[in-house]
Design a protein. Structure first.
Length: 114
């Protein structure tokens, strides 16, 4: 019985120094990145409104920019804010970013996709 306890204690201590213990650093970094990007996207979602007005105006003209751009801007503002809130709330599950571009200012000439 004493040998079994010693073996179990040795294996437990040995597992702390294994490569799996080092892999946890990625978990914490990915979780922190997801939380930070979620908070940033939840608070800066409103920037999608002027961004989409400009994008639609450049592509189709100012009349479409005012009408269609405002509609798309409101939709993307709400979408970015809600996805940001969801990412901040589920930061403990590190996943790949669900928005492209990750931040509204990353590629201002590209329409946001989810």
């Amino acid at each position: 019985m004493k040998k079994t306890i010693q073996l179990a204690l040795f294996l437990t201590i040995f597992s702390f120094f294994s490569t799996q213990a080092i892999a946890k650093d990625d978990y914490f970094q990915d979780s922190a990145d997801k939380f930070a990007s979620g908070i940033v996207n939840a608070t800066t979602g409103w920037i999608e409104l002027p961004k989409n007005i400009v994008l639609v105006s450049q592509a189709d003209g100012p009349l479409y920019g005012i009408s269609l751009g405002i509609g798309k801007g409101i939709m993307h503002s709400v979408g970015r804010s809600l996805v940001g809130i969801a990412n901040a709330a589920t930061f403990f599950i590190p996943t790949k970013p669900s928005m492209n571009p990750l931040y509204v200012w990353d590629d201002f000439s590209k329409e946001t996709t989810y």
